[in-house]
Design a protein around this ligand. Structure first.
Ligand SMILES: N[C@@H](CCC(=O)N[C@@H](CS)C(=O)NCC(=O)O)C(=O)O
Length: 363
């Protein structure tokens, strides 16, 4: 092993260090640990997902079974939505081709086991980042692609204007969700009587609610906006004003594969940074020869960011934006005000626009 001083007392090692923690062991690649770009070995090396994805030639992406705006198949089996486009963006980063994705529709109940077992490489399925999921379930959340909160929908003729008036009600929802847990907390904390009517498939929840088998439909507010479009008469229903929880929805990977987590995390960061920098699918090709160092790093003409991630192309972020678009473009065409969901940006606006979307810089 050789050591080299890299200034300010930091030492760079030339051999990988292997850590052993009980039965787990992993290798820390010094080039990536010390931010040494272009150090010959590329990035990380903590797991095999990126290698396996490259070998098979596509990403297996776990999505919902059908939630308009998030992940929804059309009659021909083509998927669309903000989560679907996130999977496309990761494929653009890895392969330079957003179509190199296969979608696995997963119920809320089975999603984590599907990810843990390796059936999918990535979960982009309106999944709330919680302590338990992050810490105890062997999962890693890489960020948030939609800030949400849980709400209630009722038939207008129920005559209810506030969630605090929901007493002695039956409540339809999905099993295996934070929704079930939050509803229990809410009704208990407010000493309101309720009965949960839970189903594994989202369409069963919609059908039960529409058939008046329950008084209330509860889920993430984006989910209410989506499922409302499937009701026989959407106008006969209203969403109550209270938001009873925080539901930061984000992409998830298996714990223990930092390299893959970094690829997915920096795809999300690139989408958000692109919007902040004004880079769009329409204008990014004109920025390829930009003199601006920040733009040059983004499009890959300066630095070795792709190599550091273990990707084959330093233009990975360029490819995401050219082939899929930035976060704002995706938002507008999937869930935004002009779509059937009609969701304004709200908390999902950039921090520079009054929202809380804030991505770390690419440098
Ligand atoms: N964000 C919550 C709820 C996620 C969830 O599964 N929501 C339902 C209702 S919006 C859903 O996605 N249904 C679509 C499906 O099951 O395919 C969680 O992570 O537990």
């Amino acid at each position: 092993m050789t050591f080299k001083s890299i200034g300010r007392g930091l030492i760079a090692f030339s051999l990988p260090i292997v850590f052993a923690l009980g039965t787990l062991s992993f290798t820390l690649n010094p080039a990536s640990a010390l931010g040494g770009f272009g150090g010959g070995g590329g990035g990380g090396g903590y797991g095999k997902t990126l290698e396996e994805v490259k070998d098979k030639g596509y990403i297996q992406c776990g999505v919902s079974q059908g939630l308009p705006g998030f992940s929804n198949p059309d009659d021909a089996g083509n998927w669309s939505g903000i989560d679907v486009e996130f999977c496309n963006a990761v494929a653009a980063a890895v392969f330079g081709d957003p179509t190199k994705v296969q979608f696995s529709p997963l119920s809320a109940k089975v999603r984590f086991e599907s990810l843990r077992s390796g059936e999918v490489d990535l979960l982009a399925r309106n999944t709330t980042w919680t302590f338990d999921r992050d810490v105890a379930l062997g999962l890693e959340f890489v960020g948030v692609n939609y800030y949400d909160g849980q709400g209630f929908m009722v038939r207008r003729n129920l005559g209810v204007n506030s969630a605090f008036e929901l007493n002695n009600v039956s409540v339809c929802t999905n099993t295996g969700t934070t929704t079930e847990l939050n509803a229990a907390d809410f009704f208990r904390a407010n000493k309101l009587k309720y009965k949960i009517v839970a189903f594994e498939k989202a369409d069963e929840v919609v059908a039960a609610y529409d058939a008046e088998r329950c008084d209330v439909y509860t889920t993430d507010r984006s989910g209410l906006a989506a499922q409302r479009t499937k009701l026989a008469n959407p106008r006969e229903h209203k969403v109550l004003p209270e938001i009873i929880s925080k539901e930061p929805l984000g992409p998830v990977v298996r714990q223990g594969d930092e390299q893959w987590a970094d690829v997915v995390r920096w795809t999300l960061n690139a989408l958000i940074n692109a919007e902040e920098m004004g880079l769009t699918s329409a204008n990014i090709s004109s920025q390829k020869n930009s003199d601006n160092p920040k733009v040059r790093r983004f499009v890959g003409t300066e630095g070795e960011f792709g190599t550091a991630l273990g990707l084959d192309d330093n233009a990975w972020a360029y490819n995401i934006v050219e082939k899929v678009g930035n976060y704002g473009e995706i938002y507008e065409r999937t869930v935004g005000p002009k779509t059937p969901l009609g969701l304004s940006r709200g908390a999902n606006a950039l921090w520079t626009n009054g929202g809380i979307l804030y991505a770390p810089p690419l440098r």
